[in-house]
Design a protein. Structure first.
Length: 257
């Protein structure tokens, strides 16, 4: 190993045994962990921008991402935003969680020295794993970017006309409820003819607003669901891609020791 590389040999004592972290990786187990860290960093670098663009579009000046997500949900009426975030958190934490859990229950796979055979096997599966994960990350990135693009009212035919009038989904929702909050005292203060006219007007405005909001919400919801549906279908693939390399590490330990 090149002498100019920084080295690390850290032991973390826990009730479940000592966890040793080394760099350069002393065995395939540490190599597996380093690949996990690499993929987590790559996933954050490639996805944080698109997600931030989506949240900033309707998140306003809210500081936290959670508040921005709520703002996006309120402004667009989109359903499934929270599920999308939960899925990303699961995928981000799944590999390291599985590695630590299996390490706790089954113990260390054993210190296997780097030989030409172990390097070949581990290198092959590491390249396959990284390639598959990068492909999945890039597909997720494109999906999120497409969602961010359709989350602009200027890109919706119905929304564009309403945006010219300063109407958003939230405003339409308020208009659709026009007249529902009238109190009996307010009704008594209005003359009969005026009261009837205002009531009819509020019903027409509310019906039109409900129809407009429904058309916008359904159009955008359909496109949003189409962009995210495949991501949930491939969740099992993500789990397999996390478990398979770990199984290979333990299998190498069983074969070569």
């Amino acid at each position: 190993m090149a002498s100019w590389l920084p080295s690390l040999d850290f032991v973390w004592p826990t009730p479940f045994g000592d966890f040793q972290f080394t760099f350069p990786p002393a065995d395939p187990w540490m190599g597996y962990l380093l690949v996990i860290y690499f993929l987590i960093i790559i996933r954050l670098l490639l996805l944080i921008g698109p997600y931030d663009a989506l949240l900033r579009r309707f998140g306003g000046k809210a500081r936290s991402w959670l508040k921005r997500i709520r703002a996006v949900r309120k402004a667009t009426g989109l359903k499934g935003l929270y599920k999308l975030v939960i899925r990303e958190v699961i995928i981000l934490l799944l590999p390291i969680s599985l590695a630590l859990s299996i390490r706790i229950f089954f113990g260390h796979p054993g210190r296997i020295p780097w030989t030409s055979k172990t390097l070949f096997f581990f290198g092959f599966f590491a390249l396959f794993w990284i390639g598959a994960e990068l492909t999945r990350i890039w597909k997720t990135r494109r999906s999120v970017l497409s969602i961010a693009e359709i989350s602009s009212f200027s890109s919706w035919k119905a929304g564009a006309a309403l945006d010219t009038l300063g109407l958003t989904s939230t405003a339409l929702d308020s208009l659709s409820k026009l007249g529902e909050d009238s109190t009996p005292e307010d009704e008594e203060e209005k003359p009969g003819a005026v009261r009837g006219y205002l009531r009819a007007l509020s019903v027409r405005v509310g019906s039109a607003a409900s129809f407009g909001k429904g058309k916008i919400d359904q159009n955008v919801q359909d496109r949003f669901d189409k962009s995210t549906k495949t991501q949930w279908k491939l969740l099992m693939t993500d789990i397999i891609l996390s478990v398979f390399p770990l199984a290979v590490v333990y299998l190498l330990s069983w074969i070569l020791t």
